[in-house]
Ligand binder design. Structure first.
Ligand SMILES: [Zn+2]
Ligand SMILES: [Zn+2]
Length: 186
């Protein structure tokens, strides 16, 4: 049986309306291992990792269960150029279908027609943890930026070029360096 989490609802309690809160500690745990999160060097219990609130209607029709509502929150990752913190906002409508594992198509999370997310269902309880986790993970872009014009860090001295400047010269192309050392035999 799946590990107990605060995000499970027993089928016998359906239909129901629920509000769920995701605390920073949980967000930090879910994003751990993502390079743009680890780059911040934040502690495991980082209070600024992010948070979320889901307001959901939950119901079932026998073999399937459904969740519909909203998910709002935010999370903090590192700018991919200057590694300063960037806050990303989540404000999504959620529509999730829970179905037995053997009914879920092999090719992934989305089932034909509409854009409906599908998650596995054991018939006894709805587990919303993977749903909430996905909200955070899918919000992280490949290369987050603090601003479109972020100047990044100096590749030589590491100074943040947004707030300071340095006198580093750009490195000399190694092929040119080789030429400079070349002695022409006389
Ligand atoms: Zn930046
Ligand atoms: Zn520099």
């Amino acid at each position: 049986m799946a590990k107990e989490t605060p995000y499970q609802v027993l089928v016998r309690d359906l239909p129901t309306q629920r509000r769920f809160e995701v605390p920073p500690q949980r967000v930090g745990e879910w994003l751990k291992g993502l390079p743009v999160r680890d780059a911040l060097g934040a502690p495991d219990d980082d209070p600024a990792a992010g948070h979320g609130v889901a307001e959901l209607e939950l119901y079932a029709d026998g073999a399937h269960a459904f969740a519909a509502g909203t998910f709002r929150g935010e999370l903090t990752v590192a700018c991919s150029r200057c590694i300063n913190p960037v806050t990303l906002v989540i404000d999504e409508a959620l529509r999730v279908t829970f179905m037995p594992r053997h009914e879920i198509p092999d090719d992934g999370a989305e089932v034909n027609e509409e854009d409906i997310d599908v998650f596995p269902f054991d018939g006894e309880r709805i587990d919303l943890e993977p749903v909430f986790r996905e909200q955070f993970v899918l919000t992280v872009p490949y290369a987050p930026l603090c601003t479109e014009t972020c100047k990044g860090l100096c590749p030589q001295c590491g100074i943040d070029r947004n707030t300071a400047s340095c006198t580093c010269e750009p490195p000399i192309d190694p092929r040119l360096a080789a030429l400079k050392g070349l002695k022409i035999p006389s």
